[in-house]
Ligand binder design. Structure first.
Ligand code: CO8
Length: 243
């Protein structure tokens, strides 16, 4: 699957809805056992959640957006397919979350790219299921540091802490992902799927049982004046950086 939402594959409500429906089709297709997730945009895997969906929007719209973010995470994290991330560009915040839901992460070895959960840098807080996905990937202590600092890691640093599993030159990323997929698909599906579910079920169950309070929590947090102000400042910083 190639993410195509120019310019930076930000995860808007429309894009998330389309992504979930495409993933569901593959999930139902018995002939599809694995997915390689990559970006069709240069230099960026995904810029994470579309900040414009969280800025100046009504509580109802924010709630609808957050439900779609939850849905994306639930579909990816609980997928029966083997999902390999071919991270061919920067992958901050929601982009990093998306990558961490995959079974294996291969990143392009380009020091200009970065990956991590940088929410605190925007003045916002990564929800418990973002945090738990990271704990499940790199461990508690590394997550504690990474989340408080809102740390973005270079590919080499990300490999060091286990946030990605392999670095390759960018032009070899799809070939490497394909070879890796062959290895994963050699394992009998049912045994691998039950094992995957055993590892991930407690985190998935936790969000499933708290979906509505998590939406309410997001809406009341994101619509607060100081949080809106932080997001506004961050957006103008993004624009200024460009000029
Ligand atoms: N959302 C919306 N617009 C974005 C985003 C985004 N996440 N990222 C970039 N853009 C816009 C830029 O403002 C710019 O717009 P314009 O052309 O109108 O000026 C355009 O996309 C292109 O961006 P750049 O020029 O910056 O592109 P580069 O190729 O130089 O850099 C990067 C790409 C590295 C991805 C860079 O754009 C960047 O760092 N973006 C910000 C990434 C980020 O911080 N995302 C965090 C989103 S928050 C999230 O995912 C989790 C939130 C959890 C909420 C929990 C609350 C309770």
């Amino acid at each position: 699957m190639t993410l195509q939402n120019p310019p930076v594959n930000s995860l808007s409500l429309d894009f998330l809805t389309e992504f979930c429906s495409a993933l569901e089709k593959l999930e139902m297709d018995k002939s599809c056992r694995g997915v390689i997730l990559t970006s069709g945009q240069p230099k960026v895997f995904s810029a994470g959640l579309d900040i414009m969906e969280m800025y100046g929007k009504s509580p109802e719209r924010c709630g609808e957006f957050w439900r779609a973010v939850q849905e994306m995470w639930l579909k990816l994290y609980s997928s029966n397919m083997v999902i390999i991330a071919a991270i061919n560009g920067s992958s901050p915040a929601g982009g990093c979350l998306m990558s961490m839901t995959c079974d294996y992460r291969i990143m392009a070895d380009n020091p200009r790219y970065s990956i991590g959960l940088n929410e605190t840098q925007l003045g916002i807080v990564a929800p418990f299921w973002f945090k738990e996905t990271m704990v499940n990937t790199v461990g508690h202590r590394t997550t504690e540091i990474a989340l408080q600092l809102g740390q973005l890691y270079s590919p080499t640093e990300a490999l060091d802490i286990g946030l990605v599993d392999k670095l390759v030159p960018e032009d070899q990323i799809i070939a490497t992902a394909t070879q890796t997929m062959t290895k994963w698909l050699a394992v009998p599906d049912h045994a691998r799927q039950i094992t995957k579910s055993m590892m991930r079920k407690p985190t998935i169950d936790k969000l499933m049982s708290k979906r509505e309070p998590d939406i309410q929590n997001f809406v009341s947090f994101i619509t607060k004046d100081p949080i809106q102000k932080s997001l506004g400042l961050y957006l103008s910083m993004l624009k200024k950086r460009k000029s």
